[in-house]
Structure formats: structure tokens, C-alpha cells
Write a protein that binds this ligand. Structure first.
Ligand code: SF4
Ligand code: SF4
Ligand code: SF4
Length: 506
């Protein structure tokens, strides 16, 4: 079995392990080990949590500093889909040309965005206190795609279409934010593809390179491959019939001793305005996709944008002019267009919208009893989505928790104005009045709630409580009877309420 097949098998097994992990997590509740993702950098430096993802991040970066981007060549689950896509395209007789473009600066934007998430955590939670919690992390973050259509879109666009248009490992070369980060560590690595024998200049190594590196030039200049895009896949070594190449340790080609090499190609296959168009299309689509479909979908958006940009460039460059002239290419354009539109449409209607995500964020603060931040988040959400009643109800509840009963009442009244027949809202407003010791107003609201829904047990209980609070036990009892199963429990409740030092809230 040659090295490419071995590597493909390893990548396949990694995906099997991921499936096993997810099944164990969701089906059998085995949650001792959380997700293993490079996003661990955010857990680690954002909130100080050394969980499995953070440990994985540390492991991969240290490994990269010594051995180069072995992880990208042999350990990344998405590499499998990309290589699968290339194999299938090759089987169909399509051999995509590797296109280099400075549009890969998009990767740096995404990396920066990830790193700024750390800063955002600091702003929200303060400087992190480091702690260990391997079992605490979620197997998938809130934003990771669970919708099968989105996952299918990822594979279709970020693997197949992307590779079809930009060549092998297009996602790694244009979108993945971990590529530039790992490239920085790769600059330090000792283990590289090195020249150990004379080179005949046949260029087989360059033709076989998964990442489109000019291997023959690199070894001619440096006696080693120093391009930080090298993922140590060993395809070049495998392709060299002359045994010129070897993957081995050495000191002479540590790039950092000369200068750090970046991923942005010195020479682009496109003119500067095409690069600019690609960057614009990639970033603008990524931005709006993230805004509407969730942050992880940024990468899907970037792929959409870049594919769209390439189509425009190809049409402008007349390379694909036959699209309108040949039936076969017309079909191809139509198919791609339909897939794009249907995926966008489906994603649009099935995934969490931006207002809901803001609500979830506020709820997260609420659960942590950080009510001030919850209120600030809900208010931000209401400013953007003033008609979202769910957010306003959450805001009212947060005001109630902080003891700001006036504002809580204002929010509930606003909601009742829009929905006067909602019994639960009247009950909630009654509770705010009760807490603010406005017992008569509270009674009025609880009565309205019961009128609207005579099965609302909470309203009966609250009404009984407010009468007890007013010292009117006789009037409280009929309402309390609706809540308590037997008289004894009810009497115990009343006695407890009137016992010294007892504080009862509605
Ligand atoms: S660059 Fe990103 S997607 Fe590609 S192999 Fe590396 S980590 Fe995976
Ligand atoms: S395949 Fe081997 S001999 Fe040919 S150019 Fe590459 S390193 Fe040189
Ligand atoms: S230079 Fe060789 S090891 Fe590096 S990515 Fe290209 S083929 Fe793989």
C-alpha cells in the first residue's frame, strides 16, 4: 500500500472515531471526553478551561512545532472529505488545477476573528482563572452544524465545488483559520521534507504535491521544503523515483532563523483586481452567512462567496464563455446554481436566527445569574429586534430578578398590550406587583389571568399567597385549595408562611 493510500485510510479511521465519539455521547451518554478541536484555544485562553479541546490544541501545536503540519496531512477529519472529493473528481475524469491566489488572506481574517473571540470572553467574564474540566466541554459547540443539510452543504461546497474550482485542498488553502496558525508553528519545525540525494529536476514531486508547492524549487533553494503550507503528506517523497527526498530531522532549514514564512503566495494566478474580487465575495458572503446562520457557518459562507467570485472571474475571463454555448456546461452551471440556491434557502429557514442567538446569549448570562449582562444583551437584542416578544419577556424576567420591578412591569405591560389574552403574562405582571408590595394591583392581574385561563394553577396559588400576605386567610383558602392536593399540605403551607422569619416570594 503506498503512502497516499495509507494516509487516506488513517483519515477515514479518524472520521470513524468521530462518529463513535458522537454516538457514545448522544446515544449512550458517555460524556467524560468532550470535543477534540483546535477551538480549544478559545476555551483555554478565553475562559481558562483546560478541557479536552484545549489539551488537543496544545498537543497539536507542540507536535507542529517539532514535526510540521502532520496534523493537517494525517489527522484532520475534514482532510478526508477533501481528499475524497479529489479522488471522486479524478475518477470522473476531472483533474482540477491548483490555483494560488492572495485571496487566501481570508484565512487570516478568520484566525483573527477566532482570536478576538478570546478577547470578547475576557470582556465578558474578565481575565480567566485556569482550571481543568475535561468532562465539562460540550461535544459540539452551540454553533457547530447539526442540521444534515448544512453538513451536506459543507461537504458539497467546501470540499467538492471548492476543489473543482480551486484545486486540491482548497478549503485548507483558502478558508481554514487553523492553517495560518499552524503555519506559524510549522516555521519552527525540525522535521521536514529534505533533499538527501542529487535532484534530476523531473518535477514529479511538484506535480504530486497535495498543496501545490513547487517542491523542486524549494529543495533547489533550501535543500528542504520550507513552505509552511507543507502538510507532511509525503506524496512528493513517494513520487520521487530518484530517492532524492526524505522526511527527516535537521537544523539547516528552520525558517524562523531566517524569517517567518506566511501562507500568502508571492505570486497569484490572478490579477490583483481578481484577487480583490475574490476577497470581497468571500468575506461579504461569510459575514452575512455568519450573521444569519451562526458563526461556524462563516466557513460555508466563505466557500460560497469564493465559488461565486471564481464563476464571475471565469465568465469575465471568457474561460467559461462556452457555458452559454454548450448544453453540457449549461447543465453544470444550472446544477451548481440550484444546489447553491436550495442549500441557501434550506439553511435560511432551518437554522437559528440572529435574534434567537442573542436571546440564547442573554439566557446564558441569566443562568449564570449575571443579570446585568443578561439585561444588556437582551436590550441590545431588543434594539435590533423590537418586535421579538420572547426577548422582551426574558428582559422583563431579568429586571424582576434584579429587583427593578418598575422596568419589569413596563415590559410586561408592553407585552400585554400586544397580547391582552395571554394569561401567563398577566400572572407574571401580578408577580411583579406582588414583589413590589402592590398587592391590589397583583390581585387584579391574577384574577385576569384566571379569567383567561381557569386551569392556570400558578395564578390560583399566587392569588392565595397575596391574600395571605394581606392577612386575609379566609379569602386565600378557596384559591389555595386549587393548588394543594389535601388540606393538611395547605395548612402546613399557611403555617409556614406565618412562621417567624419566613420570607415568601411569588
Ligand atoms: S488546514 Fe484546516 S482543514 Fe486543512 S487539514 Fe489543516 S486543520 Fe484541517
Ligand atoms: S521528483 Fe525527485 S528528482 Fe524529480 S524534481 Fe522532485 S526531487 Fe528532483
Ligand atoms: S511538499 Fe511534499 S509533503 Fe509537503 S505537502 Fe507537498 S507533497 Fe506533501
Amino acid at each position: 500500500m503506498n503512502i497516499n493510500k495509507k494516509r487516506f485510510l488513517v483519515l477515514f479511521l479518524i472520521n470513524i472515531l468521530i462518529v463513535v465519539h458522537v454516538v457514545l455521547w448522544y446515544k449512550f451518554g458517555y460524556q467524560r471526553i468532550g470535543s477534540l478541536s483546535l477551538n480549544g484555544i478559545v476555551s483555554l485562553f478565553g475562559i481558562g478551561l483546560l478541557n479536552s479541546a484545549a489539551a488537543f490544541f496544545i498537543f497539536v501545536t507542540i507536535m507542529t512545532a517539532f514535526f510540521g503540519r502532520l496534523f493537517c496531512g494525517w489527522g484532520c477529519h475534514f482532510a478526508f472529505f477533501q481528499e475524497c472529493a479529489l479522488k471522486i473528481l479524478n475518477k470522473l475524469g476531472i483533474h482540477p488545477h491548483i490555483i494560488h491566489s492572495k485571496a487566501n488572506v481570508i484565512q487570516y481574517v478568520f484566525l483573527l476573528k477566532t482570536l478576538t473571540a478570546i478577547g470578547e470572553f475576557w470582556l465578558i467574564y474578565g481575565i480567566p482563572h485556569f482550571h481543568i474540566g475535561f468532562g465539562d466541554s460540550q461535544v459540539m459547540t452551540v454553533d457547530l452544524p447539526r442540521n444534515p443539510i448544512i453538513i451536506a452543504s459543507f461537504i458539497t461546497f467546501d470540499a467538492f465545488l471548492f476543489i473543482y474550482l480551486l484545486g486540491s485542498r482548497a478549503f485548507c488553502r483558502y478558508v481554514c483559520p487553523w492553517a495560518p496558525m499552524l503555519a506559524i508553528f510549522d516555521n519552527m519545525s525540525f522535521w521536514r521534507i529534505r533533499k538527501i540525494n542529487a535532484c534530476k529536476g523531473c518535477m514529479s514531486c511538484t506535480k504530486s504535491c497535495t498543496m501545490g508547492i513547487q517542491v523542486h524549487q524549494e529543495i533547489a533553494q533550501h535543500n528542504a521544503v520550507v513552505n509552511p503550507n507543507c502538510i507532511r503528506c509525503l506524496a512528493c517523497k513517494n513520487a520521487c523515483q530518484n530517492n532524492t527526498l526524505s522526511y527527516r530531522w535537521g537544523l539547516n532549514a528552520i525558517s524562523i532563523t531566517r524569517r517567518i514564512k506566511w501562507l500568502v503566495p508571492r505570486h497569484s494566478d490572478y490579477s490583483w483586481y481578481c484577487d480583490f474580487l475574490l476577497i470581497f465575495c468571500g468575506l461579504i458572503t461569510a459575514y452575512y452567512t455568519q450573521k444569519w446562520l451562526g458563526s461556524f457557518q462563516t466557513f460555508l459562507g466563505a466557500a460560497w462567496g469564493l465559488c461565486f467570485g471564481i464563476f464571475i472571474i471565469n465568465i469575465l475571463a471568457k474561460r467559461y464563455v462556452p457555458i452559454s454555448e454548450t448544453a453540457q456546461q449549461k447543465r453544470r452551471l444550472l446544477t451548481v446554481g440550484l444546489i447553491t440556491l436550495s442549500s441557501l434557502g434550506w439553511c435560511w429557514v432551518t437554522t437559528t436566527s440572529y435574534d434567537t442567538r442573542l436571546l440564547l446569549r442573554g439566557n446564558r448570562f441569566f443562568d449564570l445569574m449575571d443579570y446585568d449582562k443578561a439585561i444588556a444583551t437582551y436590550n441590545q437584542a431588543i434594539n435590533e429586534f423590537p418586535l421579538n416578544h420572547e426577548i422582551r419577556a426574558a428582559l422583563a424576567l431579568a429586571y424582576k430578578q434584579t429587583g427593578d420591578y418598575c422596568r419589569a412591569a413596563t415590559e410586561y405591560k408592553y407585552l400585554i398590550n400586544s397580547n391582552p389574552d395571554n394569561a401567563a403574562l398577566h400572572n407574571n405582571l401580578g408577580t411583579v406587583y406582588y414583589r413590589n408590595e402592590q398587592y391590589d394591583f397583583a390581585i387584579e392581574e391574577y384574577r385576569k389571568a384566571i379569567q383567561l385561563d381557569d386551569h392556570l394553577a400558578a395564578a390560583y396559588g399566587n392569588l392565595g399567597l397575596v391574600f395571605l400576605k394581606k392577612g386575609n386567610v379566609k379569602e386565600a383558602i378557596p384559591f389555595l385549595r386549587k393548588v394543594f392536593q389535601n388540606e393538611e399540605d395547605m395548612l402546613n403551607y399557611i403555617l409556614l408562611l406565618y412562621s417567624p422569619n419566613h420570607e415568601q416570594t411569588g
